[in-house]
Design a protein around this ligand. Structure first.
Ligand code: BGC
Length: 821
C-alpha cells in the first residue's frame, strides 16, 4: 500500500478509530478496525527467538538463537543478517508481524542484568551488528523494533530511575546504534525505554522522540512504549509516542479522545501516529494477509545448523597454552566437571526467554562428537543457581474461582514441570485475575538426606510435603526480584528425606491483586566439600579436565542486576581445586557479562561461550575439538576487578538518578585514558591459527573535508589451520579542542583465511569516523589536523599504524551527518 492509499484510509477513519490504533488491544496486538478492513498487528519478543504470544515458561516451542553478546562476538555481520532472516521466519511461524528486537543499549556496567541481551560496550560495533540484524529481519517482511530508547544500561530501579547522560556521551555513545538503526537499516519500529532520560520519562521525552528520532533522523515508523512504560495521556502523545503497549489502553482510548476534545492534543498528532501504524501494517503485508496465523513450533534443520554455526563462531578463546583443540586420538578419559556440564545454559532470563525446541548440554555435545572412543567422567562439583533447581515433575492442577481455595475445584490441564505463569483462564469458568490453585505431584528422592525446597511466586503460595507445611510464602509474602519484580524472593524449607520413598508434594497458590501470576518450585540436595573433592579426584584421574562454570538466566536476566562481578557460589574454588589436580584444565565459561577469573594463571585454557542457544553443547564441542574455529572477539572489556570498570562509582545511582559520570570514557575508552590494564581487552580473542599484518596504505595523507579515506592492508594466515581474523581499525585524533577518547573503533572486517593465504582488507572512513560531537555548536565536528589510523587484533594488540591530516574543519549538521561514518 503506497502513502497515498494510506492517507486515503486515514482520512476515511473517524477520530475514534484513529485513536483506537494508538494503544494495544491485547498484550501483543493492536486493535483492528473492522469497518475499514484494517487488521490487527501482532508483535513478539524478542532478540534471541520468537516466543509468540504465549507464556514465558512452557509456551509454544521456538528456536533459541545465540544471545546478543554472543552474536556481537562473532563480529560477522553477514552471519548476523542470516540470523535476522531466520528470526523473521520464526516470528512468522508465531503469526507475528513485528519482532521486539534488537536490544542495543550499551555494556556500560558489567553488572547490568541485560548485558547478555545487548551487543557491546562500543557504539560502532553495536551499530554494525544492529544494522545487519535489522536488515535480516526486515528483508523477510517482518518489522524490527530497536530498543530500549535510550539510557537503559541497568535494571536497577529501571521503571523510575533517571539516566543522567550529558550531551556528548549521548550523541557519541548511547544514541549511535539507534541512529544507525533508523538512518541505515530503516527500522520500522522503535521501543522507548522504561527509565527517564535527564529527568523526563523516555516515553514522554519530546526532545528524544520528536526532535531527535523523528525530525533529525527522519524516523517514519512506529514508536511504541516499553510494556507499561506509558505514564501519561497528553504528555506522551505530544512528545511523539505513537503506541501505548501493551493493551488494553491505560492512558489512551477514551482518555486520549477526551484530551483531543479538550484541546490538549492536536488532531494532527493523532493522525501522524495513526498514519505510522497504518504504514507499519502495510510494510508487514498484513493488508494482503489479514487472517491471524495460529502459532506453530517449527523446528527447522537449517535453523539448527545456523544456530550451531553462530554459537561456535561467537565463542571467544581467552587462553590456550596449546591444550586446545583437543585431539581425541591422544585422549583416553576426559573429566566433565561443573554445574553447567550437564545443564544446557542457552539463554538469559526475562522477556527474551523462549521455550526452546531442545537444549543440548556440553556433555551431550561432546558425547555425540566423541562416540565411545573416549571415556567421559562427570562430577557437578558445586552449584551455581540463584533459585533452587526446578522440580522437573509433571503436576496435576485443580483451580478455584476464588482466592481462598474454597468450594468445588475445577480440574485444569496438567503441568509438565513445577513452574507456571498464567496468562489466560486456567480452567473453564475460572477467572484468571482472581483464582487459587492446588498443584500436586509425587517426589521420590534419589538420595537419602537433607533436601531443600524453594518457592517463588507472584501471588501467594505455600508448599506441603506429605500434608505438612514446609514452605510458607503466603502469610509473610514479600515482593522480591523474580518475575519482573512482581514475584517474591525464594522462600525455602529443609527436610530429611529417604531415597526411593514417594512423598506427596502439594502447592497452594492464590493470585495477587494485580500483575503477573506465577509460581515456581525448586528442590535440591545441598552440595558440600565432598563434591569438590570428588571433582578434583576425577580430574586427577583423567587426561584433560573440562570445567563448565558460569551463570544462568536467573543471574543474567531482565529486571535484576547482578550484585558483583564474580562467579557465584563455590565455582572459583572448584576451578582452583580441579586445576591443582590436573594441569590440563580447560574452563568453559558461560556468562552474559565479564566475570573475574582469579584462577586464570593456573588453568591451561579458557573459552567464553556465553549463551549460544539451543545448540549450546554442540557448538561448544565443535570448538573444543577443533571442528569449528573460535573466531569470536570480545565485544566488552574484561576488567581485572569490578573497581576497574568505568561505571564503578557511578553505578547504580541513588535517589532516583544514575549519573553517567564517566561520560565518554566508558569501556576501553576508560581503560585507555586512565591507563588501567584490562584482564582481556575489548576486541580480544585467540585463534587456533596465527595471523600476520602487512603495512597500512592510506588513499591519501591529506584528506579534504567531506572526503573518504580508504585504508588497505594485507593479512596472512601464518599458521597450519584455516581461521578467521577480525581486523579492527581504531582512529586517534592527535589533538582536539574538546577531550576525546584515546582511540575509537571505526571499522572492522572478519576475514576467512586458509593456511598460508593472504587477503587484502579494505576499510573506509568518512567524516563521522573522525568527528566528535560539539555540544556548544550542536554539530558533528572533525577538526583539521593529524589523525592516526591503528589496525590490529584487539584494542590493545595493534599491528600497524599510519597518519594522515584533515585539511580543514568539517562540520556536519545534525540532520545530514551519516550514522556510522
Ligand atoms: C521488556 C521489553 C519487552 C517487553 C515485552 C519488557 O519488560 O523490557 O524488552 O519487549 O517487556 O515483553
Amino acid at each position: 500500500m503506497n502513502e497515498q492509499r494510506i492517507d486515503t484510509l486515514l482520512n476515511a477513519m473517524t477520530l475514534e478509530e484513529q485513536v483506537s490504533l494508538l494503544a494495544g488491544a491485547t498484550f501483543w496486538t493492536t486493535a483492528p478496525v473492522e469497518r475499514l478492513g484494517i487488521p490487527a498487528l501482532k508483535v513478539s519478543d524478542g532478540p534471541n527467538g520468537a516466543r509468540g504470544g504465549g507464556s514465558l515458561v512452557g509456551g509454544v516451542k521456538a528456536a533459541s538463537f545465540p544471545v546478543a553478546i554472543s552474536l556481537a562476538s562473532t563480529w560477522n555481520t553477514e552471519l548476523v543478517t542470516q540470523v535476522g532472516q531466520a528470526l523473521a521466519q520464526e516470528a512468522r511461524s508465531k503469526g507475528a508481524h513485528v519482532l521486539l528486537a534488537p536490544t542495543v543499549n550499551l555494556h556500560r556496567s558489567t553488572q547490568n542484568g541485560r548485558n547478555f541481551e545487548c551487543y557491546s560496550e562500543d557504539p560502532f560495533l553495536s551499530a554494525r551488528v544492529c544494522v545487519a540484524y535489522i536488515q535480516g529481519v526486515q528483508s523477510q517482511g517482518v518489522g524490527a523494533t530497536v530498543k530500549h530508547y535510550v539510557g537503559n544500561e541497568s535494571e536497577f530501579e529501571r521503571m523510575s530511575i533517571s539516566s543522567d547522560i550529558d550531551e556528548r556521551a549521548l550523541r557519541e555513545l548511547y544514541l549511535v546504534p539507534f541512529e544507525a538503526a533508523v538512518k541505515e537499516a530503516r527500522t520500522w519500529a522503535v521501543m522507548c525505554a522504561y527509565n527517564k532520560l535527564n529527568g523526563t520519562f523516555a516515553s514522554e521525552n519530546r526532545r528524544l522522540l520528536t526532535d531527535i528520532l523523528k525530525r533529525e533522523w527522519g524516523f517514519d515508523g512506529v514508536l511504541m512504549s516499553d510494556w507499561f512504560a506509558t505514564h501519561s495521556t497528553a504528555e506522551s502523545m505530544n512528545a511523539g509516542l505513537d503506541l501505548e503497549m501493551p493493551g488494553p489502553a491505560k492512558f489512551r482510548g477514551q482518555k486520549l479522545l477526551e484530551a483531543v476534545r479538550a484541546g490538549q492534543v492536536r488532531a494532527e498528532a493523532i493522525q501522524d501516529s495513526a498514519r505510522r501504524v497504518l504504514r507499519l501494517l502495510s510494510r508487514v503485508g498484513v493488508f494482503e494477509h489479514p487472517a491471524p496465523v495460529e502459532e506453530q513450533a517449527i523446528d527447522r534443520p537449517e535453523h539448527r545448523a545456523l544456530i550451531r554455526r553462530a554459537g561456535a563462531e561467537g565463542t571467544v578463546l581467552l587462553k590456550n597454552n596449546g591444550v586446545l583443540p583437543l585431539d581425541p586420538t591422544r585422549l583416553k578419559k576426559i573429566a566433565l566437571i561443573g554445574p553447567n556440564a550437564r545443564t544446557a545454559q542457552i539463554m538469559g532470563g526475562g522477556s527474551a526467554q523462549v521455550n526452546a525446541h531442545y537444549r543440548v548440554t556440553p556433555y551431550e555435545g561432546l558425547q555425540a562428537r566423541l562416540g565411545g572412543s573416549v571415556v567421559l567422567g562427570y562430577e557437578t562439583g558445586c552449584a551455581n543457581h540463584k533459585l533452587l533447581p526446578l522440580l522437573e515433575k509433571p503436576l496435576t492442577a485443580e483451580y478455584f474461582n476464588n482466592r481462598g481455595l474454597s468450594g468445588k475445584g475445577v480440574p485444569g490441564a496438567g503441568l509438565a514441570q513445577a513452574e507456571v505463569m498464567w496468562f489466560d483462564e486456567p480452567a473453564p469458568g475460572v477467572n484468571v485475575d482472581t483464582f487459587s490453585a492446588r498443584l500436586s505431584t509425587r517426589f521420590t528422592p534419589d538420595e537419602d538426606g537433607v533436601h531443600h525446597f524453594g518457592l517463588v511466586s507472584a501471588g501467594l503460595s505455600r508448599l506441603f510435603v506429605d500434608g505438612r507445611l514446609l514452605v510458607d510464602n503466603w502469610s509473610a509474602w514479600k515482593q522480591g526480584d523474580t518475575y519482573f519484580n512482581n514475584g517474591s524472593d525464594e522462600a525455602t524449607g529443609t527436610l530429611e528425606l529417604q531415597a526411593g520413598r514417594a512423598y506427596d508434594v502439594t502447592i497452594e497458590y492464590a493470585t495477587p491483586a494485580e500483575g503477573i501470576r506465577a509460581v515456581r518450585v525448586g528442590v535440591t540436595r545441598p552440595l558440600g566439600d565432598e563434591h569438590l573433592e570428588r571433582a578434583a579426584r576425577l580430574a586427577a584421574d583423567c587426561d584433560v579436565a573440562l570445567v563448565f562454570v558460569g551463570h544462568n538466566g536467573e543471574w543474567d536476566t531482565e529486571a535484576v542486576d547482578r550484585p558483583h562481578m564474580d562467579l557465584v557460589g563455590r565455582q572459583n574454588e572448584l576451578v582452583s581445586r580441579v586445576a591443582s589436580a590436573n594441569p590440563n584444565t580447560v574452563v568453559v565459561l558461560q556468562t552474559g557479562a565479564p566475570v573475574t577469573l582469579p584462577w586464570l594463571d593456573k588453568v591451561a585454557g579458557v573459552l567464553q561461550a556465553w549463551y549460544p542457544g539451543q545448540e549450546a553443547g554442540n557448538a561448544i564441542a565443535d570448538v573444543l575439538l577443533g571442528a569449528a574455529e573460535p573466531s569470536g572477539r570480545l565485544p566488552q572489556t574484561f576488567p581485572v576487578r569490578l573497581e576497574d570498570n568505568a561505571a564503578h562509582g557511578h553505578y547504580p545511582g541513588g535517589n532516583g538518578r544514575v549519573r553517567y559520570g564517566e561520560g565518554l570514557f566508558m569501556g576501553y575508552r576508560h581503560h585507555d585514558t586512565k591507563n588501567i590494564a584490562p584482564l582481556f581487552p575489548f576486541g580480544f580473542g585467540l585463534s587456533y591459527t596465527t595471523f600476520a599484518y602487512g603495512n597500512l596504505r592510506l588513499s591519501t595523507e591529506s584528506l579534504a573535508p567531506g572526503g573518504t579515506l580508504t585504508v588497505t592492508l594485507e593479512v596472512t594466515n601464518t599458521g597450519a589451520r584455516a581461521g578467521q581474523e577480525v581486523v579492527q581499525l581504531y582512529v586517534r585524533d592527535e589533538k582536539a579542542s574538546l577531550p576525546r577518547p584515546e582511540k575509537e573503533l571505526k571499522g572492522f572486517l572478519k576475514v576467512a583465511l586458509e593456511p598460508g593465504e593472504t587477503k587484502t582488507v579494505t576499510l573506509t572512513l568518512g567524516m563521522r569516523a573522525l568527528a566528535y560531537f560539539d555540544d556548544a555548536r550542536a554539530a558533528w565536528v572533525a577538526e583539521a589536523g593529524r589523525f592516526e589510523v591503528l589496525v590490529g587484533s584487539s584494542s590493545r594488540d595493534l599491528h600497524a599504524r599510519a597518519t594522515f591530516s584533515l585539511q580543514r574543519d568539517w562540520v556536519g549538521s545534525l540532520e545530514t551527518a551519516q550514522a556510522a561514518f
